[in-house]
Design a protein around this ligand. Structure first.
Ligand code: ADP
Ligand code: MG
Length: 252
């Protein structure tokens, strides 16, 4: 329990720090990319100069993507509220990522027949799913395996929320009992030990070579912004399951 409180506190201070940084950084970035674009228009035929300017523009684009993920973690930016069918988003995202899944990764789904609609931010939800699927695929980069996306409804009771204290979850402390939609991404990959699990939602925490460590931070920001919760179960060498719960009624 104490570990969970310390974890939440650490995340909260990182959230404040990220919000400030991301905001200032965005303004600087706008100057860099805006001027690179302007210079490109004037660079004429000088191919070396054009190449250098295109590199600046590309680096700016990557930095902007990082800032977006940081802002999502920080809960900055308005969340849209519109009906989002989790089944449609799942199928769409899997189709989009088909080519990006590792060799030997088999993607399967477990979806109900009728739509599972939440009032949510469609871009945010898509990003949650994308980040979870990419991580699952990366966890199976070595030996391949099965990636399963499940969508469904879940009734969350007080007892369920109490049990949450015993596992790695976020958002449950503030969650209310009620009807939720659930979105689960499971893999049969490398899994995590307890020390890693403890830190996965921190921005810039990564165990990967050249990992940015912003994917799960963004996931958490979006989920908490929707007053949802996220649970993780993982076993080293066996695999990992992320379960995202999103309230079905819009409570602002
Ligand atoms: P990145 O993918 O850039 O490392 P993330 O925020 O997406 O950053 O993930 C943070 C860390 O959480 C990863 O480096 C990895 O250690 C761990 N992780 C996330 N998803 C999984 C997964 N499905 N299986 C095993 N480890 C995972
Ligand atoms: Mg990632």
């Amino acid at each position: 329990m104490q570990a969970a409180a310390a974890r939440a506190e650490r995340l909260e201070s990182l959230r404040v720090l990220s919000a400030g940084l991301a905001h200032d950084f965005n303004n600087i970035l706008a100057t860099v990319t805006g001027n690179a674009e302007f210079a490109l228009q004037r660079a004429g035929e000088d191919s070396l100069l054009r190449e250098a300017l295109e590199d600046i523009r590309e680096a700016g684009r990557r930095a902007a993507e990082m800032v977006r993920q940081m802002l999502r973690f920080a809960g900055g930016g308005e969340l849209a509220r519109e009906p989002v069918d989790l089944i449609a988003v799942t199928l769409d995202t899997l189709r989009m990522l088909r080519g990006a899944l590792g060799n030997g990764v088999m993607a399967t789904t477990d979806l109900p027949e009728t739509p599972v609609v939440v009032m949510a931010d469609p871009v945010g939800i898509r990003q949650v799913l994308m980040n979870l699927i990419i991580n699952a695929s990366e966890a199976m980069a070595e030996g391949g395996g099965t990636l399963t996306v499940r969508v469904g409804h879940q009734r969350v009771t007080r007892a369920y929320l109490d049990r949450c204290r015993q596992r790695t979850c976020f958002g449950c402390a503030d969650a209310q009992p009620g009807a939720y939609a659930c979105l689960e991404v499971a893999d049969t990959g490398v899994g995590m030990d307890a020390a890693t699990l403890e830190r996965i939602f921190e921005p810039f925490f990564s165990t990967k070579f050249q990992g940015r460590g912003l994917g799960l931070a963004a996931v958490l920001g979006v989920v908490v912004g929707h007053r949802g919760a996220v649970h993780v179960e993982s076993e080293k060498g066996k695999g990992t399951t992320f379960r995202v719960l999103l309230p079905l009624t819009c409570e602002g």
